[in-house]
Design a protein around this ligand. Structure first.
Ligand SMILES: Nc1ncnc2c1ncn2[C@@H]1O[C@H](COP(=O)(O)OP(=O)(O)OP(=O)(O)O)[C@@H](O)[C@H]1O
Ligand SMILES: [Mg+2]
Length: 155
């Protein structure tokens, strides 16, 4: 198999504010990774990070797309949303920082740990964002953990 060609590709839509379907895409991805026979520890990292990223679109943006490519040695996830964007990405990565309003906090979200969890669980994370337009989050997960630590780049 060519390691540069994805063997599974998924693309889905995410609706902002729709808590009835929130989290479905990351749980579908979990099933696919399990069926592919990938190690549980690896699946756990991917699913925690994609769940946080999916919830960020539901909570903070208006709509978005979720794309995954599964390669033999790594998984790439891209979430692109239309939304308010993130004015200060470094601040947003700080544990405990959240702009979630009270009604979101009442549902148990908005602790401000999503982005830092995504950073911990992924091997690479990159955020491109434009205030008033939207945000694109790209994450890479290597099966072989020695392939580099999580690094953040903001562009
Ligand atoms: N897709 C996004 N669009 C706009 N703002 C975002 C987006 N994702 C994150 N943010 C901003 O970054 C902040 C921190 O995000 P993070 O995921 O760490 O915490 P949270 O979503 O507020 O709370 P938690 O993830 O713990 O429920 C958010 O409060 C929000 O201001
Ligand atoms: Mg979050």
């Amino acid at each position: 198999m060519n390691p540069h060609q994805p063997h599974i590709e998924i693309k889905k839509e995410i609706s902002g504010g729709d808590f009835s379907t929130a989290g479905q895409i990351s749980s579908e991805l979990k099933n696919i990774l399990q069926q592919a026979g990938l190690p549980p520890q690896f699946i756990r990292r991917v699913v925690i990070a994609t769940y946080e990223a999916e919830m960020n679109v539901v909570i903070h943006a208006y709509r978005g797309t979720f794309s995954t490519s599964i390669y033999p040695d790594h998984v790439e996830v891209i979430l692109e949303d239309e939304g308010p964007g993130i004015p200060d990405v470094d601040l947003a990565f700080q544990e405990g920082f959240s702009t979630a309003p009270p009604h979101i906090r009442e549902m148990g979200f908005g602790a401000g740990y999503g982005l830092s969890n995504m950073k911990k669980c992924s091997n690479q994370i990159e955020i491109q964002t434009q205030v008033g337009k939207g945000t694109k989050v790209m994450m890479i997960f290597y099966l072989d953990q020695t392939q580099g630590n999580s690094s953040v780049s903001n562009k």
